[in-house]
Design a protein. Structure first.
Length: 392
């Protein structure tokens, strides 16, 4: 009674008159004259309910237009429920996949998708190193048709990783009131150690795709997928909601293990050495040595190498050890006081059949001998650390 008694007689009189002869015009007249009235919420609700009653609830465009025109309406919750129904597929994943596969048999997974009261099934396949999206539409007659077949550009940093396969289910996710098709895939090659894991979001409204990658060494085993590596997008300044969502997905996946800075430096050094010395084990007469960052695990490996795997001359100390699936030789220059990657080859897998780097030793101040076993035979290579030549 305290609040009501604060209203003027004129306001109460207009309120009672409005309720006796309700109309949109009468509601607007009251709201325009008494916008701060205790009766305003009730009158506004009556006005918007009257206006919305004239809207076809199955016409998605009309409902969305009403919502846009009345963003602060007291009946916004009721309107939102209808809009949500217009944009929520009634089809299960199995039903959507069956619909897509009937028209595109290569589809690996699918989801139902509804937009503005129109139903679709979105399917995805990964074959021959390519990603393909299938958009099937449900007609008024209840029949599905293949409305669109779209090749999705594959996010790929290493062109040698030509194989592509989906990982996990295709899902429909909502980010800031927008719906996206979420899917993940793996780029790999039959003989390579490198691997790329890509998390993607496809926007069915504008066909845009957002990616985030985690790449590195494939350490998968009996327990399934495992990658040790890094995510380039983690260093990006982009703060779009889609990027943040994808980065969180990458960071929360226990199968994706961030590499330490020391091992990242080592991997980069090994990759550089192998690229610069493609014929090192066959016909090369000179080698390119790589200078090492002291934070690299190659330098740590040099320092902790067993004494029997080390040798020194007046100008150099060299160490042989296995690291990151490679047998390497790291040398320290006593003159320049720096570390260099001298040699790198894959770790011997079969000591009875393949060549095995068994020992290293200096024959003079700069000439380092690499002594090998191969079956029952032996041989050696000679690397000159001063002029970087190699003799076999």
């Amino acid at each position: 009674m305290g609040v009501l008694s604060a209203q003027t007689p004129a306001e109460a009189k207009l309120y009672n008159k409005t309720l006796k002869k309700p109309s949109v015009k009468a509601y607007d007249k009251f709201l325009n004259k008494y916008p701060q009235s205790v009766y305003s919420l009730e009158i506004l609700t009556l006005r918007d309910s009257t206006l919305f009653a004239a809207v076809d609830k199955e016409d998605a465009a009309s409902v969305e237009a009403f919502a846009a025109a009345h963003p602060s309406s007291p009946i916004a919750g009721q309107i939102g429920e209808i809009i949500a129904r217009h944009n929520t597929s009634p089809f299960s994943k199995d039903e959507a996949l069956a619909a897509v596969r009937a028209l595109a048999p290569s589809a690996a997974d699918a989801v139902g998708y509804r937009r503005a009261n129109r139903d679709f099934a979105l399917g995805l396949s990964a074959e021959g190193g390519a990603l393909t999206l299938y958009r099937c539409a449900l007609g008024a007659d209840g029949a599905w048709t293949l409305a669109d077949t779209r090749a999705l550009e594959r996010y790929n940093l290493d062109s040698k990783l030509t194989d592509c396969k989906l990982d996990g289910p295709v899902e429909l996710v909502e980010i800031n009131d927008k719906k996206f098709l979420s899917f993940n895939y793996i780029n790999s090659s039959e003989n390579g150690k490198g691997i790329e894991y890509v998390a993607s979001l496809f926007n069915p409204e504008d066909d845009s795709v957002t990616h985030t990658m985690f790449y590195g060494r494939d350490m998968s085993g009996k327990d399934g997928l495992k990658i040790e590596g890094q995510c380039p997008e983690a260093l990006s300044a982009l703060v779009l909601p889609e990027n943040a969502w994808l980065l969180n997905r990458i960071n929360s996946d226990p199968r994706l293990e961030p590499i330490s800075k020391a091992n990242a430096l080592t991997d980069d050094s090994i990759a550089w050495w192998l690229e610069k010395n493609p014929d090192a084990e066959t016909r090369a007469s000179r080698l390119n040595f790589g200078a090492l960052d002291e934070e690299s695990s190659l330098v740590a490996g040099f320092k902790t190498a067993r004494s029997r795997d080390k040798d020194s001359s007046r100008s150099f100390t060299a160490a042989m050890f296995d690291i990151r699936d490679y047998t390497v030789i790291v040398a320290y220059s006593k003159t320049y006081k720096n570390y260099i990657l001298v040699w790198c080859e894959p770790v011997c897998k079969n000591k009875n059949r393949d060549k095995l780097l068994n020992n290293i030793y200096f024959e003079d101040d700069a000439s380092l001998a690499l002594f090998y076993y191969k079956g029952k035979t032996t041989f050696k290579n000679l690397i000159n650390l001063a002029n970087r030549s190699i003799r076999r």
